[in-house]
Design a protein around this ligand. Structure first.
Ligand code: BES
Ligand code: ZN
Ligand code: ZN
Length: 478
């Protein structure tokens, strides 16, 4: 549960803190302020836009004048304003706030509230003495054009993001592959999607060679979890398939990552799985009329006694052989098996999410999601559109044949490594060799885990992709 819930109410109480949203400075007239208070407020705006606050006999009045060229920018600035107000309220130890406004587009109230809820996230299960730095608990929206349905959706989606962040933030000592599968079961129960988990024996009998190879060096068994949401009113005949990388910790294996630094954040290497688990949670909670299946292959990657080694040739689940050049390119090994298993569902569209390559981070940094694949242009346009709406933006990469050639091996069907350039794309090309249906590959290595907080995105696990996938799929059916 995120600590902060949004609800609706009908009255503006004379006491208590208020956030007021307006299209223009003149829209703030509806606030009853003394001339001095109004002056104090107005002086804080830049060009009559942005955020300001003043005190009125013990109550805090916060105002935001929508700022941006278009709806997308205004919405994002409203989210950021929400994060700023939230920080102020938490600083004062406040527990609730009223949110209202005179703006024409009431959805901006939801955007501002979303920024507050997402920013209020805190992760402290391992603090024995749990100081509550973020005391805020309630945002009450007063506006006739904001529906309870919209508010319910906001709460569910933010909850899904929060669950995804929790999963990413849990270290290996508290989240191995079996633990991850148990969390998937718990969330399936809570949201109403079906979960089946394959254990090591089952994975062996299915000959998932890639997943088993990465797991060889681990004392803990791998898991393969299958989630399914299949409502009676599904609008698609063939399911959407979501696949998430569940490397619960990535040491690099025998191709050990150099310390210090490059191993430090590698508890985040199951962020792709957290994205897809969170997306399933939101989809099921909101009962989207879509048949969706999610696959999560999970293991850690370690240089244990029997660890797979550079030079090894691995027979994958679909029978193709892979010559291992670098055991640190393990994500593609486990995802490939998930993809080849996924073919049985004959999906209309396959999407995967993975903290797959440092190359993706070097290419675009931490502010967007790297995307590529074989799906229709219209699917990529719709994905970009959803990305703009939720501000988890998409950076499209080329997917040329030349990248695929780099994977050719002398002694096996392919190598698990391409050349020195465009490593995020050769990684995508590797995966595409195991996918038959229209395919979107998302590399979230940059935005999945932040070294410091940025607006409503916290330090550590961000849950990136949950809102993106949910919005993309919702836009397909409503
Ligand atoms: N988990 C890493 C990728 C990663 C890097 C995630 C930075 C988050 C932040 C992945 O398994 C990996 O090690 N990739 C290698 C691939 C290389 C050996 C081809 C990389 O990007 O260096
Ligand atoms: Zn790796
Ligand atoms: Zn990895």
């Amino acid at each position: 549960m995120p600590a902060l819930r949004v609800s609706k109410t009908t009255k503006i109480t004379p006491k208590g803190d208020i956030i007021f949203l307006a299209d223009k400075l003149t829209g703030l007239k509806a606030l009853s302020l003394s001339p001095a208070e109004r002056n104090h407020l107005n002086n804080q705006f830049k060009d009559g836009k942005g955020s300001a606050s003043c005190e009125q006999s013990g109550r805090l009045i916060m105002a935001h004048v929508l700022n941006g060229e278009d709806k997308r920018q205004k919405a994002e600035n409203a989210r950021k304003a929400g994060a700023g107000f939230l920080q102020k309220l938490n600083g004062l130890g406040r527990k609730e706030v009223l949110l209202t406004g005179s703006m024409r587009d009431a959805s901006m109230l939801l955007d501002l509230a979303e920024g507050m809820v997402l920013a209020n996230y805190q992760f402290k299960p391992y603090k024995t003495n749990k100081p509550d730095l973020n005391a805020m608990r309630k945002v009450k929206i007063v506006h006739q054009n904001v529906s309870s349905k919209g508010i319910g959706e906001l709460n569910d989606v933010c909850n899904a993001v929060s669950e995804a962040r929790d999963l990413v933030n849990r270290p290996l000592s508290h989240l191995n592959a079996v633990d991850l599968s148990k969390e998937i079961k718990r969330l399936g129960k809570e949201a109403g999607f079906k979960v089946e988990v394959f254990n090591k024996a089952k994975i062996k009998s299915l000959k998932m060679g890639g997943l088993l190879a990465v797991n060889y060096g681990s004392p803990d068994p791998p898991t393969f979890s299958i989630m399914e949401w299949k409502p009676k009113n599904a609008k698609n005949k063939k399911p959407i398939l979501l696949v998430g990388k569940g490397v619960v910790y990535d040491t690099g294996g025998l191709s050990l990552k150099p310390t210090p630094n490059s191993m430090d954040m590698m508890k985040c290497d199951m962020a792709g799985s957290a994205t897809m688990i969170g997306a399933m949670y939101a989809i099921a909670k909101q009962k989207l009329p879509l048949h969706v299946i999610g696959l999560i292959p999970a293991t850690d990657n370690r240089p244990g006694l029997n660890a797979y080694a550079p030079g090894d040739v691995i027979t994958m689940h679909d029978g193709q052989t892979v010559e291992v050049f670098n055991t640190d390119a393990e994500g593609r090994m486990i995802l490939a098996d998930a993809h080849s298993w996924g073919k049985r569902y004959k999906p209309e569209l396959v999407i995967d999410a993975a903290t797959l390559t440092g190359a993706a981070v070097r290419a675009i940094g931490l502010d967007g999601v790297v995307a590529m694949g074989t799906a229709d242009d219209k699917d990529f346009r719709a994905l970009e559109q959803a990305g703009e709406e939720v501000y988890e933006r998409i950076a499209m990469m080329p997917f040329w044949e030349e990248y695929d050639r780099e994977l050719d091996s002398d002694i096996a069907d392919m190598k698990n490594l391409g050349g020195p350039y465009g490593g995020h794309i050769t990684a995508g090309k590797f995966l595409a060799r195991f996918v038959k249906d229209p395919y979107i590959h998302l590399d979230i290595a940059g935005p999945a885990f932040l070294p410091s907080s940025k607006g409503y995105r916290p330090k550590g696990g961000t849950g990136v992709g949950v809102r993106l996938i949910y919005r993309f799929l919702k836009n397909r059916v409503v």
